[in-house]
Design a protein around this ligand. Structure first.
Ligand code: MLT
Length: 411
């Protein structure tokens, strides 16, 4: 068969076999379609057929077990795991920037009490551009570094304030004797002038969940961050765009949708087999949320770790949650049913996370915010990687025009 040969749109890379590759599901790189159709990256490797995920070459299972979220953030952003000295410097820099400007704190007052925390968080992240004009220039490495540290330090404070705002409670000042995750837990659940005991099991589990969410190559929010950043928009604004992309129920909002689905099943009697029957028959638009993934045609390696953590954390908190049993029941039905096996539908990262967050005391509306906190180092790493590559052009998705060719205007 004669295969057509295509040239890259900028004429540089001969990519060849375009239509054939598209048809067979294979992909090719064309630097002319920067940031969307094709992106080169050294950060995260996924093999969806096998179920492999690695950050900078390190398997996610090892990082989840042996590293902290701050170490993984360093790894994603700078490419190597930090030495103890590098980690101390990095941690101290983050500590110094956890406070929010007092004027920015008042910004939260402008939102209605029942506002979903995601738009509050993305607005406040974007507003950092207005408060820190000394960290906006993507071409100045010192400014990029300052913006990186400021975001890592301030997003947990912003997220906790969005929560406090939604429950009508006063804001706390960060306690910089605490680590990043401990500080976030205290800012979220503590009260001013009252001692707050961080539960180490909860802090450890949340730290690990952040690691699992820290990057996932060209997902919707990360490619948004790259695309917005490719216009030379500053890091705060680009990350804010990523937070908005993450909010959707098909992306970061999926863990909220899973929990709502589990609650509905519980309310209607908890019959998992009956629910799965309705899913298969597509009855009343019933959907199995948290199952299947665009990339994974095997078990999402993150979901396996989250499932194990769900059991551990619930046990250590001394709580049992019927929703966890329902989730496990759904998985069991799916793994033994040809319908799901043939379609290679397995639990993804969102399937069990909601149950853990709920056990930790987070309301459902905060679930996507927690995803955003975890994904932050990945967004930053991608934005920086794109800017470090001096050949990067502004993103411009390729369009296949499908409308009229030409029409005569007849008034
Ligand atoms: C993610 O972690 O971003 C989600 O699994 C979605 C994706 O990778 O496309």
């Amino acid at each position: 068969m004669e295969l057509p040969i295509l040239k890259a749109t900028d004429g540089s890379d001969s990519v060849g076999l375009g239509p054939f590759l598209a048809k067979t599901g294979l992909t090719t790189f064309d630097s002319g379609f920067v940031n969307t159709a094709a992106t080169k990256s050294d950060i995260t490797y996924i093999d969806g057929d096998v179920g492999i995920l690695r950050y900078r070459g390190y398997p996610i299972e090892q990082l989840a077990q042996k590293s902290t979220f701050v170490e993984v953030s360093y790894l994603l952003i700078y490419g190597e795991l930090p030495t103890p000295e590098q980690l101390e410097v990095f941690t101290n820099k983050i500590r110094r920037h956890t406070l929010l400007h007092e004027d920015l704190k008042r910004f939260f007052d402008g939102f209605p009490r029942n506002a979903h925390p995601m738009p509050v968080v993305s607005s406040a992240a974007n507003a950092l551009s207005a408060y820190y004009p000394d960290s906006l220039d993507p071409k100045d490495p010192a400014q990029v570094e300052l913006a990186t540290i400021r975001l890592l330090a301030k997003l947990p404070t912003i997220a906790a304030y969005a929560y406090k705002k939604s429950v009508g409670q006063p804001f706390l000042y960060p306690d910089n004797s605490l680590g990043l995750v401990e500080n976030f837990l205290r800012l979220t659940f503590g009260f001013p002038a009252e001692p707050y005991e961080v539960n180490p099991e909860v802090a450890k589990a949340l730290d690990m969940l952040f690691i699992l969410h820290a990057d996932h190559e060209q997902n919707c929010s990360t490619s948004t961050v790259r695309l917005v950043g490719s216009s030379q928009a500053n890091l705060f604004t680009s990350v804010s765009a990523g937070i908005n992309a993450l909010w959707g129920p098909l992306h970061g909002g999926a863990n909220q949708a899973v929990l709502e689905m589990l609650e509905d099943i519980e309310t209607s009697g908890g019959d998992t087999a009956e629910f799965m029957r309705r899913v298969k028959n597509k009855e009343d638009g019933v959907k199995l949320m948290g199952f299947g993934h665009r990339v994974y045609k095997n078990y999402d390696p993150r979901a396996a770790i989250v499932k194990e953590t769900a059991d551990q954390i619930l046990e250590s908190l001394g709580v049992s949650d019927p929703l966890l049993d329902i989730a496990k029941g759904l998985e069991e039905v799916a793994l033994n049913d040809d319908y799901f096996i043939e379609r290679r539908l397995y639990p993804n990262v969102d399937f069990y996370t909601g149950v853990i967050y709920r056990a930790m005391g987070f309301p459902t509306r905060m679930f996507t915010v927690l995803f955003a906190l975890g994904r932050l180092p990945g967004w930053i790493a991608h934005w920086r990687e794109m800017h470090e590559d001096t050949s990067t052009k502004i993103g411009r998705p390729r369009q296949l025009y499908t409308g009229y060719t030409e029409r005569d205007y007849v008034p």
